[in-house]
Design a protein around this ligand. Structure first.
Ligand code: PLP
Length: 211
């Protein structure tokens, strides 16, 4: 894909977004050249799903904001603490404590990943476990909770999943008024996610894929 085709795809998405919805460009399957092109065009938020790739890209492109969106093991926590501008996949207390130990800044904005897919084997805190999980996170200094993240299952209606993430948020918002962000929606379902109240969408293939 040439530069102008890439920028066109990106603009086709950004042109439809209201200012309260932030586009995160998921660069996990693209090249440094494509990242550089979008940066030049004005995109600031990028995401990686593997901690070492996050580190590498954050070092190469320090002018961008690097979001961590993938599963994380404790022994890779330092990369997230040091290089992420936001951690989207917090769903385990021990890993959260490990990330907090390695923070490069005073605080790391953090989203709790909730398993809204209806598939028990998927990553994320189950909705019914969320209140206890938030209680357990509270004593961990440095993680600044700002919202929830969720992913719909591949072959079911994403609207139900996104509505249930919003319902989780609405249930706890009185106790946790800082949980304003709802990060949900990917290439195939971001229109629905926005209708259901997404404040951040994570798009990879619709921007970067060769088709
Ligand atoms: C890869 C990935 C995305 C982007 O998916 P696309 O379908 O390519 O837009 C979003 N969120 C997470 C957690 C991912 O791993």
């Amino acid at each position: 894909m040439n530069k102008s085709a890439l920028i066109q795809r990106w603009q086709d998405i950004t042109a439809t977004l209201k200012p309260q919805v932030r586009l995160i460009a998921v660069s996990k399957q693209t090249t440094n050249d494509h990242v550089a092109t979008l940066l030049e065009a004005g995109q600031r938020d990028f995401a990686e799903a593997r901690p070492q790739n996050l580190r590498d890209r954050a070092m190469k492109f320090p002018q961008a904001n690097w979001h961590m969106i993938g599963p994380l093991q404790k022994n890779k926590a330092k990369y997230v603490g040091k290089f992420a501008c936001m951690w989207h996949s917090c769903c385990d207390i021990e890993t959260a404590a490990a990330v907090a130990k390695h923070l490069a800044h005073d605080v790391l904005p953090t989203l709790v990943q909730v398993n809204i897919s209806g598939e028990p084997q998927k990553q994320g805190v189950l909705p019914e476990a969320l209140p206890l999980f938030l209680k357990q996170l509270e004593p961990i200094e440095g993680l600044k909770l700002v919202g929830l993240m969720g992913m719909a299952a591949k072959h079911s209606d994403p609207r139900d999943a996104f509505a249930s993430l919003k319902a989780c948020r609405d249930q706890i918002i009185t106790e946790y008024p800082m949980l304003q962000e709802l990060c949900m929606g990917m290439s195939n379902d971001w229109h629905v996610a926005i209708q259901e109240g997404a404040t951040m969408i994570r798009i990879g293939s619709q921007i970067f894929d060769q088709r």
